[in-house]
Design a protein around this ligand. Structure first.
Ligand SMILES: C[S@@+](CC[C@H](N)C(=O)[O-])C[C@H]1O[C@@H](n2cnc3c(N)ncnc32)[C@H](O)[C@@H]1O
Length: 293
């Protein structure tokens, strides 16, 4: 079952049932077009953004997320290190791109709930004029989108509540904020595993990268397949969450085909240009930053 089938509508109409929670969304300026003034948060199914928030030590999650999150943490304790390493890798990659490389536009697909060192904060610290578009299809991310939009006046931040597999909508709406004739950093951090079919994931990346010129970058990380991560993926899906697949390292690496890898290349993200000497074990979350020539 793919992401479209599991979560067909970016924002559901408000319905009053005991299993849902109504949340006021961020200002419409955050989004693209009209949406309901009340969002429905499904608290009967564990959600990726909320479980990720649980592993990161956040409070924006529900008992259903905490139950599966704790169960997974028990059988695969590395998940907590993976979530933290993913956020740190993201911050280092954005700092490098906005600082040394001079990228001024970022398209962050599968944003997740706001945390410290969000893409706009890191990018605009290096370059206040940086422009950032966030995309996620979880209503809870939309409900918190205001925190993603507190960027610097010299730059711009926008939030598009959309399914990232709907490339037409995402690219059209992103173009309200980003100039598609100039390089963009396309970011998918711990998110492409939700597009479970390899060919579909590769085609999706191609569509996005084709929309932007040479000098654009891809920042990607996901879980590599080992017996432990495969079991964790199965347990995650069996628990009712939107499936997230781990991939053999060579498949993950192939998502950079046709691009040039920046140093140090493809590997465990905790070893990608670490700020400090690495004292922890490399995590099974691998990734790269690559440039389109
Ligand atoms: C594991 S979280 C990672 C969040 C963030 N990138 C990070 O690294 O902290 C995956 C995110 O992808 C989002 N996501 C999953 N499938 C999606 C889809 N088809 N369209 C848009 N967002 C999606 C989820 O809602 C969730 O916020």
């Amino acid at each position: 079952m793919n992401a479209d089938q599991r979560n067909p509508a970016p924002i559901e109409a408000a319905e009053t049932t005991e299993a849902t929670e109504h949340v006021e969304p961020a200002e419409p300026a955050a989004s693209v077009g009209a949406f309901d003034s009340v969002l429905t948060i499904d608290t009967t199914t564990p959600h990726s953004a909320r479980m990720w928030n649980f592993w990161l030590g956040g409070k924006d999650n529900y008992p259903i997320d905490r139950a599966l999150g704790a169960q997974l943490q028990e059988s695969f304790p590395q998940i907590v290190d993976i979530a933290r390493a993913s956020r740190r890798f993201q911050a280092r990659a954005v700092r490098h791109l906005a600082g040394e490389v001079g990228i001024r536009q970022f398209l962050d697909l599968g944003t997740g709930l706001p945390t410290a060192d969000a893409t706009h904060e890191v990018a605009q610290q290096a370059a206040p004029q940086a422009r950032i578009v966030y995309v996620d299809n979880d209503p809870i991310v939309l409900a918190h989108a205001r925190a993603l939009l507190s960027g610097r006046p010299e730059g711009a931040t926008a939030y598009v509540p959309a399914d990232l597999t709907d490339t037409e909508t995402v690219l059209r709406e992103a173009a309200r904020t980003l100039d598609p004739s100039r390089p963009v950093a396309l970011m998918l951090l711990s998110t492409l595993g939700h597009v479970t079919d390899d060919a579909r994931a590769a085609a999706l990346l191609r569509t996005y990268l084709d929309a932007f010129p040479a000098g654009s970058h891809l920042v990607l990380c996901d879980t590599i397949e080992t017996p432990l991560t495969r079991a964790a993926s199965d347990e995650y899906a069996d628990g009712g969450a939107l499936p997230y697949v781990s991939r053999p390292a060579d498949v993950l690496r192939s998502f950079a085909d046709g691009l040039d890898l920046l140093e140090p290349g493809f590997g465990s993200i905790s070893l990608w240009r670490p700020d400090e000497p690495v004292t922890t074990k490399p995590v099974d979350q691998w990734g790269f930053v690559a440039v389109k020539r």
